[in-house]
Design a protein around this ligand. Structure first.
Ligand code: ADP
Length: 393
């Protein structure tokens, strides 16, 4: 294997491009960072493995292609001998067809474009990222890694809505998202606690985007996110589960159009709608911050109960994502009244963000796994280049 081979993991959002450059082997990236506010006010930060800022190459950050060009030129300066062997991309929607990462060609790109109506805020940007990388690295394998793939084997009852069946046939289904994170956590559990992975696991991916997944014997059997990345838990700015009657009210009574409703549901709701971002909420001590945290905790508890019921119990509860990995308060509050389902955390371990949080009396193991979507993508890219290092992707 070429020791100078590099593997790029890209995650292109509406105005951001997250990057992680990996060497031929190992879990630690050579470079991480992101471009933000891509456009006239675009900024970028790239760091090396020691966390030092890399001096950026010249370039323009007004487009994804421009941002990627800056990444490539900066990497060339820092690692002149490195050759890009494959590029992996986070793609939010794989529809019905993709339950594994796939090598991208024009035919696949066409299929991914057809899924844009299912994820209008994410899919076009993911595709733009792939196109930019194809142009920058002609002939280098491009691999699409799907957030929906992990959930494609879910049973019908968790895949459908109770609306006319033709919608199901047309692809209006509960896809579930955050699959790359669940894939990573599942792989980690298999490695560090295979006896738990053989049983009933609930993973709570609590970040800006948040969802929960019931994993039985390593397979997703139910998840809180549904047709879009709006469903389930309240998020940083997204509403989470909502009665569709509220949308009818917005349409009929307030005369809102779909763009306005989309703006409210995706950008002005969730923790922001109720009050503020989680870190700000925890620092604040006022009625609005209490309400927002109370609502978040309530919904996580409710979802946990529901997912545990689907599996007839739960052997392990795993927290991940920015809130799950860092917020002692949220973890404590979520677990506080779950003694009836055999959950009890050790407050000292929780305060230390330890890997195992459960007390010796807990029937359910409670853990933190620091999720690594970038690594899942890089492993898929390595696999595409013929390097198989125990990847699940
Ligand atoms: P994304 O879904 O964008 O990847 P992250 O997984 O990085 O998001 O999670 C971001 C969320 O994590 C934000 O709501 C942020 O406030 C929260 N968060 C990060 N660190 C902490 C902390 N120490 N305490 C509480 N919340 C935190």
């Amino acid at each position: 294997m070429d020791q100078n081979a590099g593997f790029l993991a890209l995650n292109a959002g509406s105005s951001s491009l997250k990057v992680a450059l990996f060497p031929a082997t190992g879990d630690e990236p050579l470079v991480t960072g992101q471009a933000e506010r891509i456009g006239p006010e675009g900024t970028m930060k790239l760091r090396d493995a020691e966390g030092n800022a890399l001096p950026l190459a010249e370039g323009d950050l007004t487009s994804h292609a421009g941002a990627l060009a800056v990444v490539i030129a900066t990497v060339k300066q820092a690692f002149p001998d490195l050759t890009m062997a494959a590029v992996g991309h986070r793609v939010v929607h794989g529809g019905l067809d993709f339950s594994q990462p796939v090598l991208v060609d024009e035919n696949i790109l066409r299929k991914l474009s057809e899924l844009e109506p299912f994820a209008p805020l994410h899919q076009p940007h993911n595709i733009a990222g792939i196109r930019a990388a194809m142009a920058a690295f002609p002939g280098v394998p491009q691999v699409a890694c799907f957030d929906t793939a992990f959930h494609r084997g879910q049973p019908f009852v968790n895949d459908t809505f109770a609306i006319p069946h033709r919608y199901y046939e047309a692809g209006v289904r509960r896809y579930g998202f955050h699959g790359l994170s669940y894939d990573y956590v599942t792989g980690e559990l298999e490695r560090i606690a295979p006896h738990l992975m053989a049983g009933r696991v609930v993973v709570a991916h609590l970040g800006n985007g948040a969802s929960m997944c019931a994993i039985y014997k390593g397979k997703s059997v139910a998840s809180s996110m549904g047709f879009s990345a709006l469903d389930g838990l309240p998020m940083g700015t997204r509403c989470g589960q909502i009665d569709p009657g509220v949308l009818l009210y917005m349409l009929d009574r307030e005369g809102m159009d779909t763009a306005q409703i989309r703006q409210v549901l995706y950008n002005e709701s969730g923790l922001r709608g109720l009050s503020n971002d989680m870190r700000t909420l925890e620092a604040a001590d006022n009625a609005a911050s209490h309400r927002a945290i109370d609502y978040f905790v309530f919904r996580v508890q409710r979802e946990l109960d529901a997912l545990a019921a689907v599996m007839g119990g739960v052997d392990a509860l795993v927290f991940c994502g920015g809130i799950g990995e860092n917020s002692r308060v949220i973890r404590r509050r979520v677990c506080e009244r779950l003694g009836w389902m055999g959950i009890e955390i050790d407050h000292g371990r929780n305060a230390e963000n330890a890997t195992i949080l459960s007390s010796e009396f807990s029937r359910t193991t409670v853990m933190i796994v620091n999720t690594r979507e970038d690594l899942v993508i890089a492993r898929a890219a390595r696999a595409a280049a013929g390097i198989t290092e125990g990847t699940r992707a």
